[in-house]
Design a protein around this ligand. Sequence first.
Ligand SMILES: NC(=O)C1=CN([C@@H]2O[C@H](COP(=O)(O)OP(=O)(O)OC[C@H]3O[C@@H](n4cnc5c(N)ncnc54)[C@H](O)[C@@H]3O)[C@@H](O)[C@H]2O)C=CC1
Ligand SMILES: N[C@@H](CC=O)C(=O)O
Ligand code: NA
Length: 433
Amino acid sequence: MANALRIGLAGLGTVGTGVIQLIEENSALIARRAGRPIIITAVTARDRTKDRGVDLTPYRWVDDMGELATAADVDVVVELVGGSDGPALTLARETIGAGRALVTANKAMIAHHGAELGALADAKGAPLKFEAAVAGGIPVIQGLRDGAAANRIDRVYGILNGTCNFILSAMERDGRDFTDVLADAQAKGFAEADPSFDIDGVDAAHKLSILASLSFGAEIDFAGVDIRGIRKIIAADIAQAQALGYRIRLIGLAEVDGENGGASLFQRVQPCLVPLDHPLANVTGATNAVVAEGNFSGRLLFQGAGAGDRPTASAVVADLVDIARKETGPAFSIPTTELEKLPRATAAHRINKTYLRMLVADRPGVLAEIAAAMRDAGLSIESLIQREVADGSALIAMVTHEAREQAVSDTLAALAGSDSLQGEPMVMHILAN
Ligand SMILES: NC(=O)C1=CN([C@@H]2O[C@H](COP(=O)(O)OP(=O)(O)OC[C@H]3O[C@@H](n4cnc5c(N)ncnc54)[C@H](O)[C@@H]3O)[C@@H](O)[C@H]2O)C=CC1
Ligand SMILES: N[C@@H](CC=O)C(=O)O
Ligand code: NA
């Protein structure tokens, strides 16, 4: 058998220890499929003495992470440290700069620096692979970059954050409290080091910007993602959504918009109401799902575990198998320097059905005031639930007919400052089938 592919592993947390376990447990199978053994030679993390439940004695411990970039006993660096900048980025630059392959699960780094790293990797002929960075164990990067390579894709969307999906589905199943479920997701290793990245939609936006680039051949534009997280969802939203025939999911959606004649890029992460008969409504727990619409393939649905040690390790090692087989090519779907810079699309013309939830003063005339604001903006109601929630307060939850986003903004602007409203209205779009 050919020479082993030798791995320098940076980061020994949830994903890093999963990679060690996978390479140990499936070594014979991996060697057969890769055409040569894949072995770990050197490892590094913050704390050498920590008990991680894996035996590190077969591997050379490296104190200075940067050493892996040029170490003589390393062919591929696997970066599982995290963080868009800092030591992960330095390691990535030095590794690729040295003409060496880099595998990473770091979506934050790819979303922010993918253009620079991809261009460097392409120029150096050094593989840069990041299957684990989007939707954990689901082979969606490979699916879009290779499997759907012959298609024009104009729309990609899905459930891209395991932590949020775990929280939303536990809240809907058990009526549990948000913070209580977040602690569970953290204990299972799903959440980011800073869980606000999950809850506030930033992690999903990192992934969406990478998916959009792969799907549309566009430059990554993370700063262009309109991001809303799940913090403002209350138990009543989940209950009302269910009563109206929906489930709430955090959805990332990217689309090539032709509204202004030329192509522009629309990217948004937001909680949406998903109709019960939509495939994404039944995606529960830390599962992710990505839908891509190819002009010849039709609708593709990728679904599987989006987070956690074993599924994420599966994606990391799949990248290593590709490198061992020398099946590489450019970092993105086309050479990085040829990715098109698409202008950002505006949203006012977009048409949605919309869920609006308002906490209001429970007194005569309030519903009429809301209805008048909606009428003036050209927004009509498809269904509505009103119930008293506390002395003097009522909750109104409604789904509108399809309307331009501008009509919803106009309605809310007309109601802003009204003393009938108690707190900010919650706005969520209905995901179209
Ligand atoms: N946990 C998950 O389910 C998934 C995580 N990812 C990504 O994988 C990467 C790793 O995530 P986890 O394993 O969950 O993180 P983690 O926090 O469990 O592990 C991070 C590891 O990096 C080491 N590290 C951090 N800063 C360091 C520094 N300055 N010097 C040396 N070592 C340092 C830590 O000691 C630890 O061993 C992140 O980029 C994350 O976004 C991607 C997909 C799924
Ligand atoms: N924190 C992320 C981990 C995987 O990317 C998530 O919850 O999806
Ligand atoms: Na993946």
